[in-house]
Structures are given as C-alpha cells and as structure tokens.
Design a binder for this molecule. Structure first.
Ligand code: AMP
Ligand code: GLY
Length: 437
C-alpha cells in the first residue's frame, strides 16, 4: 500500500529529503510542514509551526499520514515524536526521528558525554560543571593544555562551543558561560581537551537494534575560504570523504556506531531514525565530537543525491526490522554541495532580494532551497543560507566546478559562497594556489 509522507522542516535538507522520497514507487502523497518554495514544487506545503505539537498531530490525522520524517532537532527535543507515538489506531504513523529521550544525545552535551564515557565510546577527555561550580571549573581548566574547549551543554543554535587559545580567555569565558551567556543552555558547562585532527560526519539510519550506514560527508562550517572566519550553519559539503578508508569506517562501526546503539538499548532508550556522528580523526583513530539526532544540513544535500536505493523502502525496512537484509546502493560519484548565502551572514544580512535562476541546468546538478520565499510569484531570499547547489561527477574537482558554475549563474544581490569546498581533501593544485590555501 502506498504511504503518505510528512516531512517536518523548511530548509535545504528537507527539500533534498522531499526530492528523494518523491522518487519512491511506494509514495502516496508527499507533504512538507511548513516547507519552502522548493518543496512546494514537489509536495504539498502545509503551513504551520512544527514546534506546535498539536498542529503536527492534527496534520497527521487530517492528511492520513503514514510516515513522518523530522528534519531539525528542535521539535525532536520538544517531544514531537513522543506525541506522535501516542497516536492510536489507523493514525499511528511510522516515525523517522527519536523521542525526547533519544534526542538528548544532541540536546544535552552533558548527557552525550556521560553516555559516551559509560559505554566506552572514544571522545575527548572532559568534565561537567554546573552554575554553582565556578571554582571547580577553573581548577579543571588549569590542568588542561590550551587550546581549551568550552561547550554549553544545551542547544545553542550551533554557537555554544568556544575554543580558547589560552587560560586567560578560557577563564573569562567560563565565567560568562556559567552566568548564562547562552541562557540556560550554558548553565551546565562541558570543558574538554582539544582534539587536533580532521573532522567528518557519519550517518546511520537505525531502529535501535539494526542500522544501515549511509554515505559519509565532510561539511565546511566557517564562512571564509580556507576555513576562516565565523562559524555558520554550514557553507558546503562533500561526499564521499577520501580519507574515510574501509578500515577507518570498519573501526568506526565497531568502536563507535555499534556501542552507541547498544548503549541506547542498555539504557532503555528506544531510538528510531537518523543518528549523526560528528567525528574527529586523530592519528587514524576516530573520536566522537558530538552526536546529532537527525541528518545534517548541508550534508544531507550531498549524501541523499548519492543514495540510489528507494529511501521510503529503507524507512519501511527499518520499521519492519529488516534493515540487515537491505542492501543500500550508493552512487560512487562525488557530490559537491555549495551553499549560497546572503551577504553579511552569519552576522546581519538583508532579506527579500530577488533570486534569478539560470535557464538551463546540468542533469547532474540540483538546486535546493534553504531560505527562500515567494512574493507575487517572484522568488526572494529569506534567510542567511539561501540555496544549496549539489553536483555529482566521477571527478571531485569537476563536481565542484559544476556546482560553482551554477553558483555563479544564480543571481541575487549580495550572493556569497565559498569556492574551496572539498579542496582540502581533494586537492586541486591550480585552484588551491589561486586561493592561496
Ligand atoms: P560541536 O557543536 O560539539 O559539534 O562543536 C562545534 C565545532 O567545534 C566542531 O565541529 C569542532 O570543529 C569544534 N570542536 C568541538 N569539540 C572539539 C574538541 N574537543 N577538539 C577540537 N575541536 C572541537
Ligand atoms: N552541518 C552540521 C549540522 O547540521 O549540525
């Protein structure tokens, strides 16, 4: 029987999910709440606030939804899946995303670190401090060799991590964070050792027992080329990651992924959905920087176009506990994703700039909408990250070139993007020299 699917979210990740699910023969109708002009061209957008649990439950009932995929973390942390899992009878949807208990892996860094320590999962050495433990925090800080990593335990929109170059800066920041620099998110503070290595992201879909490994990706969080400047939500991504060798991936499966899933079981936390491992590879060994309880953005825009299997069939296999017999087919080509941002992002930026797309696009390229809206049928920018462009090619350099070519052709005032996505791991000597990186 065909399935009606509801995707929650409004970014490029959700547009990429919508396009992928649209390819499924198993799909009935596709809905996105609230969606964006990109999802509107492939699904029915349902206006509403996805943090409003009643609104989501009512949507599931009204549109006879069989399966719900939650894109962002905030509704998961707010318990959207807890509410949906309590729906009865014919309205009980299949859920892609954990309940609040599982979402703590992302929403509380203190919880995640304690979980990793308990289950022997490699991560940076750390200690956790509460608001009233300033002296203890200072003392622990003095035992660490800088750089020193300070993390607000709670969700802080990706801004709650501060890497301090010396003890003085660390002490100043510890005081600021424990006094609520990030509101209640930093009233619990994680202080940890700095890991000097190379980062990448690994994703699985799990039902809390079995899992399927999805393509890995590397994202580019800084605003400036050569990884300089302020942190952003992500300015681009590539997949696959050349240094993710079969032996490294095998050790990640046995030392990180499997103990994490087993740990959730042992702790009595059911988990169904995507689990995202932010990893640091130091001396060929991966350690966990963070967990996320969802897919990444912009990593999703790079990994989903590489998945050739039917994603909806994969979701159904997960629900039927048949993941171990699901052979995921992956396009061996490289996907290079370039994010087009509004000038000024991640600081202040204007909205409402008219966007013009090129008349023609290569078949192996996609433009995903992130922060856009329509006004009198005209497409306008409506966020810091406006569009994400992905291209696939056998040659990583050509994949990037295709995306850059399109990025040059798309027009809106103040458009900004990085030209060096993937060049650190797939070096292109000529371009690296030009960019001086
Ligand atoms: P998180 O929000 O935990 O992913 O941290 C944000 C970013 O800070 C990561 O993507 C890393 O680049 C960096 N980071 C976090 N923890 C560490 C660490 N212990 N050592 C080095 N870099 C880190
Ligand atoms: N790109 C990182 C994230 O989605 O958290």
């Amino acid at each position: 029987m065909k399935k009606n699917v509801l995707i929650l979210g409004s970014g490029a990740r959700e547009h990429a999910l919508a396009l992928k699910i649209l390819q499924s023969d198993l799909l009935g109708q596709l809905f996105v709440m609230p969606g964006n002009p990109g999802t509107m061209s492939v699904a029915l957008n349902i206006p509403g606030d996805i943090m409003d649990i009643h609104a989501v439950v009512n949507t599931v009932r009204e549109f006879d939804i069989d399966l719900v995929v939650c894109g962002p973390e905030a509704p998961l942390d707010a318990g959207i899946m807890d509410a949906l899992s309590k729906m009865e009878g014919k309205y009980k949807p299949i859920l892609i995303g954990p309940t609040q208990a599982g979402a703590q892996l992302e929403s509380s860094k203190a919880f995640a670190k304690t979980f990793m320590q308990k289950h022997g999962i490699p991560t940076a050495t750390y200690k956790i401090f509460q608001k009233n433990q300033l002296d203890e925090a200072m003392e622990f800080c003095s035992t660490l060799v800088p750089p020193i990593v300070l993390k607000a335990s709670g969700l802080a929109a990706g801004k709650g991590v501060i890497i301090c170059e010396d003890h003085m800066e660390a002490e100043r920041e510890i005081i600021a964070m424990l006094s609520g620099k990030f509101g209640s998110a930093s009233e619990t503070l994680v202080i940890e050792e700095f890991m000097n290595g190379i980062e990448f992201s690994v994703f699985v879909l799990t039902n809390g027992n079995q899992y399927v490994l999805l393509p890995e990706a590397k994202d580019y969080k800084r605003i400036g080329e050569g990884d300089t400047g302020l942190n952003t939500g992500g300015m681009g991504a590539i997949s696959p990651v050349p240094f993710a060798s079969p032996s490294l991936m095998k050790s990640i499966c046995t030392e990180i992924i499997e103990p994490s899933i087993k740990g959730l079981q042992e702790d009595g936390i059911p988990y169904q959905g995507f689990l995202f491992f932010g990893l640091m590879v130091v001396d060929q060994q991966a350690k966990v920087i963070e967990y996320n309880c969802r897919l990444g953005d912009p990593e999703t825009e790079a990994i989903l176009p590489r998945i050739q299997s039917d994603l909806l069939a994969l979701f159904l296999a997960m629900n039927a506990h048949k993941l171990d017999s699901f052979a995921l087919e992956i396009d061996p080509r490289t996907a290079a994703t370039v994010v087009l941002a509004s000038g000024g992002y991640p600081g202040h930026f204007p909205k409402g700039k008219t966007i013009k797309f090129p008349d023609q696009m290569a078949a192996e390229s996609y433009i995903f909408h992130a922060g856009t809206r329509t006004e009198d049928y005209i497409l306008k920018s409506n966020g810091g990250r406006v569009l994400a462009i992905t291209s696939l090619h056998e040659s990583p350099t050509e994949a990037l070139n295709l995306s850059l070519h399109l990025a040059d052709q798309v027009q809106f005032e103040g458009k900004y993007f990085r030209r060096d996505i993937g060049l650190d791991v797939y070096p292109d000597k000529r371009r690296s020299d030009e960019l001086n990186i």
